[in-house]
Design a protein around this ligand. Structure first.
Ligand SMILES: Cc1ncc(COP(=O)(O)O)c(C=O)c1O
Length: 454
């Protein structure tokens, strides 16, 4: 939302009236602004221009093909975590030499596909290294690899998204890395190309990147001393974004470069080597680029409500006393919308905060405290807790902000709810980039055995 756009009574996103979009495409609806993605990608390229670099988009954050095409057209590579993600990025035209196949549990089938596609593999364990060597041998090919380092650094984020802690399931402990490379160098059909780590996600304090870079560059030096030269050093993604605009200042790619580059460049200069720097951002490229628009199906007011200006059976000014006959459990004002954790699981999964606005009442003053909940049959299906909003009525539109990363891509059909449509907006233009699913999609691959048929 630009400054000018905030003047409108309707939320305007990417130059388009969100209320009109909801009328045209229905709700729930994911809306992505192309220009934000392009601008975010270019910030990375500018910030790291001092060194040879590639920016690999972490496809897990958002696997929509149109969005992958936007990033491909900017020159992005891709971090993929499954055969499915590899399929997506190939379709999107991301060059094979700019793809890294990551993951702590790859099937032999996936390893075979990676080798067949001539895509580099980030090896997560010695076991996988041996399997990959055998798979490549059977195919009469060479597998190009990096090894995923567990650097044992703590980025102070939700434990579910801290991936470089000593106890994390990812990677090989950094003190075993040099010997693992020596093993790899001896294995047939393995070509060592790089080194890789990824320390976590939604990182707001970039100093931890300096610590990780120091550890990684010491390993690069150790390998150099053993005659193993690397073509790339991949320091992963993880840069956070500002979900709570008033409380959090998100670091920029420039801040990230300030933490990484002095250490990276100093080591390159002292060793006289020139590996490429690779980064794997997901959230910071696409997170702020999407909103999820959802319609209010019902408003349920608490009998404990303090103010008496919204109608209904309650005493004005009575904050703690329930109104006679009302359940004391109904202690909140609930706004029930048509999108829940089936379409945005982050609040439930990570206690994540997303700002919400009433898209058709942008200029109305926030007057009531509401908890915005989804339609899923679980008490935990809460999208936004205790938010001051303008008076909300059935039929209003709630827009949930900053949902472009780990939003749709973590969606499901839980509770028999087909996934919603997605549109792309850009300077006033609108394109459908994913049709809404139907109930047919719920049963698409299901089979009723003959003996159970009606
Ligand atoms: C290996 C790897 N690289 C990159 C990313 C992207 O992280 P983010 O979206 O926080 O930038 C992830 C996310 O989990 C990851 O696992």
């Amino acid at each position: 939302m630009s400054q000018g756009e905030e003047q409108s009574a309707h939320l305007v996103f990417g130059g388009v009236d969100v209320v009109e979009l909801a009328e045209r495409y229905g709700t729930p609806l994911y809306i992505t602004d192309e220009s934000i993605i392009r601008a975010n990608f270019r910030k990375y390229k500018t910030a790291f221009k001092a060194v040879e670099n590639d920016i690999y988009f972490a496809v897990k954050a958002n696997g929509n093909l149109a969005i992958l095409r936007i990033l491909a057209s900017e020159g992005a590579g891709a971090d993929v975590f499954s055969g499915g993600e590899l399929h997506l990025v190939k379709l999107a035209g991301i060059p094979l030499e700019k793809i890294l196949f990551n993951g702590n549990s790859k099937s032999e089938e996936e390893l075979r596909t990676a080798v067949e596609s001539q895509v580099r593999v980030s090896v997560d364990s010695l076991d996988e290294l041996e399997t990959l060597s055998a798979v490549a041998g059977e195919m009469g090919k060479e597998a190009e690899i990096a090894i995923r380092v567990n650097p044992d650094v703590s980025p102070q984020v939700n434990p579910k998204i801290a991936t470089g802690l000593r106890e994390s399931k990812f990677g090989i402990p950094y003190y075993e890395i040099l010997s693992t490379y020596e093993e790899a160098a001896k294995l047939p059909n393995i070509a060592i190309k790089g080194i890789h780590c990824h320390i976590g996600s939604q990182i707001l304090d970039v100093s931890v990147y300096r610590e990780a870079t120091e550890k990684m560059m010491n390993l690069v030096e150790g390998l150099h001393g053993r005659g193993i030269e690397l073509e790339f050093v991949d320091l992963g993604g993880g840069l956070g974004i500002s979900y709570q605009k008033e409380k959090e200042r998100a670091p920029t790619p420039k801040d990230l470069a300030g933490a990484i580059l002095p250490v990276f460049e100093a080591k390159l200069n002292s060793l006289g080597i020139t590996p490429k720097l690779i980064l794997e951002p997901g959230r910071s490229l696409v997170g702020p680029a999407s909103i999820l628009v959802s319609k209010v199906n019902a408003v349920k007011l608490s009998p404990y409500r303090a103010c008496g200006d919204m109608g209904g059976a309650h005493d004005a000014g009575a904050r703690a006393e329930p109104v006679t006959g009302q359940s004391p459990t109904a202690s909140r004002n609930f706004v029930a919308i048509d999108a829940g954790f089936n379409l945005l699981i982050r609040p439930v999964m990570y206690d994540a905060y997303h700002e919400v606005v009433v898209a058709n009442k942008l200029n109305e003053p926030a007057s009531e405290l509401y908890t915005v909940v989804g339609p899923i049959c679980e008490s935990g299906d809460i999208i936004a807790r205790d938010r001051m909003l303008p008076e909300v009525k059935r039929g209003d539109l709630v827009a949930i902000l900053d949902v472009g990363a780990y939003g749709f891509s973590m969606g499901s059909q839980y509770n028999g709810r087909p996934r919603c449509a997605e549109v792309l907006v850009c300077d006033g233009s609108v394109d459908l980039i994913r049709s809404e699913e139907s109930v047919e999609d719920l049963i698409r691959n299901q089979v009723i055995p003959e003996r159970l048929k009606l």
